[in-house]
Design a protein around this ligand. Structure first.
Ligand SMILES: Cc1cc2nc3c(=O)[nH]c(=O)nc-3n(C[C@H](O)[C@H](O)[C@H](O)COP(=O)(O)O)c2cc1C
Length: 193
């Protein structure tokens, strides 16, 4: 099949559609962020890229803190709403029925309804062009106990995570494998005769 070659763009997919919280427990704000990812394992580091005109931009710049809350299919509509309404004139927590709860390591609150939240402290910010990239250390994780089994394993598959690809939202589907499964030796099946 012949390929079409286009000019460079942001077409990396899927990416998360994360709900990023900032501000304080008393005055929280939340915006949807697609431009995020992990950039280092030790120390655990992430980034979010935010346009300077967003209400959240200066809150994050001044506080140096934010929380990345993972989103689920059941909150798809609210995730979209938080990406089209501004905290400048809307209380998005009230609009979406979200509850702001305290984080452990930062003043920015968590969203109680989200299964996993990454508490982040900004280490560097860089205006790249349209967006400011906030590079941050992930200083703590808050995970909903209902997804942690008796062995302490977090079962993300049960959360119903969602993803964003080329302007559209998708529910994550069935599990296809796990890290390293392609080279792992199969366990022998010891059947009793
Ligand atoms: C799926 C989706 C992803 C988005 N990703 C980003 C992003 O990565 N960076 C950004 O600055 N805005 C992004 N936006 C737009 C902001 O979420 C939106 O402008 C929001 O209203 C800003 O809220 P605020 O003014 O309360 O800060 C995204 C919106 C949607 C719907």
């Amino acid at each position: 099949m012949p390929k079409q070659f286009w000019k460079g763009s942001t077409l990396l997919a899927p990416v998360p559609a994360a709900l990023v919280t900032c501000g304080t427990l008393e005055e929280p704000n939340v915006l949807t962020i697609g431009w995020t990812g992990i950039v280092c394992t030790r120390p655990p580091m992430t980034y979010i890229s935010v346009r300077p005109e967003r209400y959240s931009h200066d809150i994050i710049k001044n506080s140096g803190e934010f929380v990345i809350n993972l989103t689920t299919s059941s909150m798809c509509r609210e995730t979209d709403l938080c990406g089209v309404k501004s905290g400048k004139d809307t209380d998005k927590f009230a609009l979406c029925g979200f509850h702001a709860v305290p984080a452990k390591n930062v003043s920015a609150p968590l969203i109680e309804e989200c299964p996993v939240s990454l508490e982040c402290r900004v280490t560097e910010s860089k205006l790249l062009g349209s967006h400011t990239m906030f590079l941050a250390e992930i200083v703590g994780i808050a995970a909903d106990e209902k997804y942690i089994d008796s062995k302490g394993k977090l079962n993300l598959q049960q959360c119903g995570l969602m993803a964003y690809a080329h302007g559209e939202y998708f529910a994550l589907g069935r599990k296809l494998g796990d890290f390293g499964y392609s080279v792992r030796k199969k366990k022998k099946n010891h059947k009793k005769q």
